[in-house]
Design a protein around this ligand. Sequence first.
Ligand code: JFZ
Length: 574
Amino acid sequence: MTKDTTDKIVPDMSEMWGETTVSRHSGNAVRGGWFRESRFAMFIHWGLYSEPAGRWQGQSYHGIAEWLMLCARIPVREYEQTAARFNPIEFDAGAWVELARAAGMKYIVITAKHHDGFAMFKSSASPFNIVDATPFKRDPLKELAEACRKGGLKLGFYYSQFQDWHEPDADGNSWDFEPDRDFNKYLREKAMPQIRELLTHYGPVALIWFDTPGSISPEASQELVDTVRQLQPDCLVNSRIGNGLGDYATLGDQEIPLTAPDCLWETVDTHNDAWGYSVLDHNWKSPHELISRLVRLVSLGGNYMLNVGPTGKGAMPAESGRILRQVGAWVQRHAESIYGTTRSPLGLQAWGCATYRLGKLFLHVLNWPRGGELWLPLQAKVESLDLPFTHENGRLCITIPELPPESPVTVIELGVSGLIEAASFPHYLQPGLVNKFDAPFAALSHCALGKRSWMERFGDWHHAEVIENWSDGSTAQWSFTALKPGSFYLHATYECRPDADGSEFEMSLGGQRWLFPALNTGGSAGGRVRFRRVRLGLVTIPVAGEYTLAIRGVNVKGRNDFILQTVELEPGDE
Ligand code: JFZ
């Protein structure tokens, strides 16, 4: 049996979950040095919920498994009994650290206490902890801290400061407890003492990863930050502490943005769809996909923290090990292109992206072009490159083999001197590839850039940057340089809810222009955005040169029922 828990239980999740603003005090840059260098980290969601792993009393709870207690509305007294059968005898801190190292990860952040309120460490502030409440009796965070120290990795702790479903005075549990609460009582009696324990008993703590600040008060956030500062001045705090008090920004879960914030930041991601271990989740991402996500973030100056969910027995799922080792083998080979690199002056290209360190660009070819040529706009002087190339008028054309020489992702190293011109967009129409024109890079008039976030399964977030607020006369346009003539299929990816069905738009490119209708892509069930990629027609680029691709609203129906995510030009005549 399946229960759809997506819209019924927590209608206003996004309010609970958002918070990406950070404090700008000058200490961040210095204390965050190691963070910027590291680039790649392991996130571990492990707790009582790992034991039931998405199933409760014969029912399935698809989605993020660490929310089981809420999704199944399990009474505290019943949930507590899970502790009696939580005995993770296969837990081996050394093996986890070895895996993180093999994956090329530089630090680990583990759930010390998630929303269910169960402490994965010995705590005098609450007996609801792994040492006092389970047959296991060991403190895994102690063992992990020791293994990290030996293995040369930094360690940070996830701590749910606002939600604690075990406590009547914290936020989150509406099925056991009354709405009137004394949050300060919980803060003083559990959260603060436990954070103090974490910062005094486990050696140097690299960061505390707070989460779901919800409506936590500025005073409470500040008190938490002050406590961290007082006990471990070098310990970083992420933006989900709330109220803009973090040292660095945590973007939306699993968010691979097209543009980057101007501060220290990270994205946390899953290698399947859940954080905590779920027997229902087999949707593993491929090493190619994970490497693509890593290098796209690194090219924008961000960190990538990739999650694994060990089982209730304390074992890493076999798939996690296999996938992480494959990613790691690649990362180790290309270490120079990842660690310590800074935001790339070259923006996202049709073929992939670049990472950057002084004097070097690393071209990560995520989509291998057919036809033997890879183009990029580059004003700097090319000092070294192992492949044949031509470089004229700021246009670099590299001759590449028919097939990618390396798997999962080929990297081309480019030695450069002089200032590299920031050439993020307009970009080149790369021959032999699908060329994407994304929302944030469009010049807009009478429409606006917006963002949509929604859950597919429960808690499994997706994000899209879109062009919204269309009306008659609204225009989105992208300028680009075509290097060769050719024919291309034009595609648009949009959501068109029923009220906007049949809205008319005009596309124009070069001398060609025609009208097309937007076609109903369906309602938005459970707040989900349902995009469709539609082929609009065949267009011709008659000669090499500068072009503008424009989409204009002609007869737009509905009130913001049409949103456009991307248009694409796909080679049509090969
Ligand atoms: C939170 C937790 O609720 C979840 O269990 C997990 O620990 C995850 C890493 O963090 O979930 C979030 C938080 C923020 C967003 C989405 C899910 N967000 O802003 O998109």
